[in-house]
Ligand binder design. Structure first.
Ligand code: ATP
Ligand code: MG
Length: 721
């Protein structure tokens, strides 16, 4: 039997893992050392050499995409289909188990999954029905409580409150929530895992069946498993099963969500015969990138400790770019991507990584301006995000009452008691009379065609829109947007949620204000608001590259786990952004943030750029950030700072400035850097930067009152002063 393609090209340690006798193993190794590759080849090896049927293999990955890739790679290696192999995420596998054994799990056949938004809504209803004050008992907190308990394997009746009043209340909410879910056949994400675990406990014969079936259990990214996931695996793997887990304690980045890196140690205690293999050669990155990442992560304590080396040459130094602001940062990144592309490389080989979702907006705009295709990996583009669409819908209806799509979207967001039934009546009326929803609603109000409660809710909405419109008519665009999101109750709605997801939504909405403030209306015949709305509409829709198109990859650092790209940019590497503000306040989280930095840096194969901005506009206000502590932790010989050759000089952040990058010249415009100018609307300022030539010339002006703004020279009508 030919196994050369399975072990050829592997190093000794990798081969030891791939071709090991059937046994339990822990592969503990740093980033890019081939853990995922070894896991895939091990599956192929088991099938080809040990004649293990794909039916007897269970493989767990961190995302569905990773699962699909893994299956493809095994099929490529073996040239045969492995459809019967179970491979997926913990949630996916638990779901599959519950579908197959719904009755044993105490679920109705047609049980439905409750996603986190639906779960939140349901809990909110319950909190209300229990007559609890939402301010004191935030539904989001109840959700974290419930999911946290489920992740610990606890049902409400298992919780010992020791007379703690607050816990008593949460426990009651948990209980009521669960009863509602059970009655309606609804299963939330945490419940999938908990029920799948209980299935083992309650149905030993079923557990036995799967223990006999899954002789080999393989788990990637094990450092990010939580308690219930571990417990589920632990039951499944009895004495005769073989577990192969691969992981890296330095890449544990989901502690905030309940992941327990201690599971690595726990595994070694629970499976004392497991063979530990350490892979130490990195195949992904250049020597410089690896050295820098290794040095940064050394600042963490409590590590299992690993050394990682590479045969690769040192390669290029890491480039640091200290931007004036986030626009300059985006422009710099896009410039480097253009260079990369013009050298014959693919866009898809480049990735821009950032700490928080809201950062994508400025990057997206810079890419769009240069007509460079991009894709947001694992998420939506800025203008496609739900909260942004909600906020824009308010602006749209303020701008144009006849916008039915906007009406539909926000008539009951935030909830104001407009039910489906009354909405259907309005739709019907609109259809019959061939009018828009707004006109239908106002006419029905006049003619008193709506029932009492519905009438007052709709009236409230109509009045709200008219009132906001009146109040903001004469304000500048960003204040219009600011007032709309506040007075509509949208911002408040998202702010009252706790949790990471809601936090990201608030950040996105705040970023919308910044977008308005930076918006440069180049269509004088339109009002700023109309022009901005068409800009937003054009930016959503067709611009995201389709699946097969070559496109730059944008994603958060968390999403980048396990992936690799020849060219990587880490943007916004500043104190307060990365590490994030919350982290600097919560002591325990700094080390996790540093691991996230390690994950980010080790995604790069050939070239890594790290950028930060001196000022960043957040919620329309300029904030001053110093470069991240992580940057300072990179050894000086691994990193070099560059500047664009036409920038106003300023002190280098880390004193590592050495090189310049060419940009287009600032010719023939009649303006010069450092010159004082005045603008009819924005007032006085100083030119701090420029780009483009001729008709396309843009300048950045630092206005006394407004902060920095990019303007097209052809439209801005700047005057020297
Ligand atoms: P991470 O910790 O980021 O998940 P990993 O340890 O899973 O990384 P892989 O993604 O499996 O690492 O491998 C990193 C890169 O190195 C991949 O491109 C892989 O194909 C390559 N690689 C791994 N082992 C070898 C080898 N023996 N020879 C050549 N290339 C290798
Ligand atoms: Mg991997």
């Amino acid at each position: 039997m030919d196994i050369t393609n399975l072990i050829d090209g592997l190093n000794d340690k990798q081969r030891e893992a791939v071709a090991a006798p059937e046994q339990s193993m822990l592969v503990l190794a740093g980033a890019g050392s081939g853990k995922t590759r070894v896991l895939v080849q091990r599956i192929a090896y088991l099938m080809q050499v040990e004649n293990i049927s794909p039916h007897s293999i269970l493989a767990v990955t961190f995302t569905n995409k990773a699962a699909a890739e893994m299956r493809n790679r095994v099929e490529d290696l073996l040239q045969t289909s492995v459809q019967s192999m179970w491979i997926g995420t913990f949630h996916g596998l638990a779901h599959r188990m519950l579908r197959l054994h719904y009755a044993d799990a105490g679920l109705p056949e047609g049980f439905q999954i409750l996603d986190s938004d639906d779960q939140h809504r349901l809990i909110k209803r319950i909190v209300k029905a229990m007559e609890l004050d939402e301010k004191k008992w935030p539904p989001k907190q109840a959700m974290w409580y419930i999911n946290g308990k489920k992740d610990e394997g606890l049902r409400a009746q298992h919780i010992e409150t020791y007379g703690n009043q607050q816990e008593e209340v949460w426990k009651k909410v948990y209980q009521t929530y669960q009863q509602t879910c059970d009655r309606s056949g609804l299963v939330d994400f945490a419940e999938l895992l908990l029920r799948a675990h209980e299935l083992w406990l309650k149905q030993p014969q079923l557990l036995k069946h799967y223990q006999n079936r899954f002789k080999h259990i393989l788990v990637d990214e094990f450092q990010d498993t939580n308690n219930i996931q571990y417990a589920w695996l632990r039951l499944l793997a009895d004495a005769d099963n073989h577990m192969m887990i691969v992981g890296d304690d330095d890449q544990s980045i989901y502690g905030w969500r309940g992941a327990k890196v201690e599971n690595l140690q726990r595994f070694l205690t629970d499976f004392p015969d497991a063979h530990t293999i350490r892979l130490e050669q990195n195949y992904r990155s250049t020597g410089t990138i690896l050295k820098a990442a290794n040095t940064v992560i050394k600042n963490n304590s409590d590590r299992l400790g690993k050394s990682l080396w590479t045969q690769a040459s040192d390669g290029e130094t890491i480039t640091e770019y200290a931007a004036f602001n986030e626009l300059d940062e985006a422009r710099f990144i896009v410039g480097r991507i253009k260079d990369w592309f013009s050298q014959g490389n693919k866009l898809a080989e480049s990735a821009i990584l950032y700490r928080s979702n809201a950062q994508s907006r400025v990057l997206e705009e810079a890419l769009l301006m240069e007509k460079i295709a991009y894709r947001i990996y694992g998420g939506l583009r800025f203008f496609d995000r739900q909260e942004i669409k909600d906020a824009l819908a308010y602006l749209r209806i303020i701008n144009n009452r006849q916008d039915d799509a906007a009406f539909e979207r926000i008539v009951n967001t935030p909830t104001r008691g407009v039910g489906n039934k009354s909405l259907e009546q309005i739709r019907q009326f609109a259809r019959q009379h061939s009018v828009t929803l707004w006109d239908a609603a106002t006419e029905m109000l006049e003619k008193q065609l709506l029932a009492g409660r519905a009438a007052s809710s709709i009236k409230g909405f109509v009045q709200l829109i008219s009132q906001i419109d009146n109040e903001i008519d004469d304000l500048p665009l960003y204040q219009q947007a600011d007032a709309a999101i506040k007075k509509s109750g949208l911002l408040q709605m998202y702010q009252s949620d706790k949790g990471e997801k809601a936090q990201a939504k608030v950040e996105n909405i705040e970023e919308l204000i910044t977008a308005c403030r930076q918006f440069d209306n180049t269509e004088p015949e339109l009002t700023d608001l109309s022009a901005f709305l068409s800009h937003a509409a054009l930016e959503s829709g067709e611009n995201q590259a389709d699946k097969h198109q070559d496109a730059v990859q944008l994603m958060t650092l968390h999403t980048a786990k396990g992936l690799e790209f020849p060219l990587v940019f880490m943007a916004g590497v500043e104190e307060g952004m990365f590490p994030s503000l919350q982290t600097t306040e919560e002591s325990g989280r700094m080390e996790e943030e540093r691991r996230l930095c390690y994950v980010g840096m080790t995604r790069a194969k050939q070239k890594l750029y790290i950028t930060h901005a001196e000022t960043r506009r957040i919620y329309g206000k300029d904030q001053y950030h110093s470069p991240s502590r992580f940057l300072q932790e990179i050894p000086a010989d691994c990193i070099e700072e560059v500047r664009l050759n036409n920038q106003v000089s300023r002190p280098s952040s880390a004193g590592r400035f050495s090189q310049t990058v060419k940009t287009e010249s600032f010719n023939e415009t009649g303006f010069s850097l450092g010159q004082s100018v005045s603008h009819a609307k924005f007032g006085r300022g100083v030119i701090t930067n420029f780009e483009g030539a001729g008709n396309q010339s843009r300048v950045e002006v630092s206005f006394d009152d407004l902060g920095s703004k990019w303007l097209m020279l052809a439209y801005a009508r700047l005057e020297a002063c």
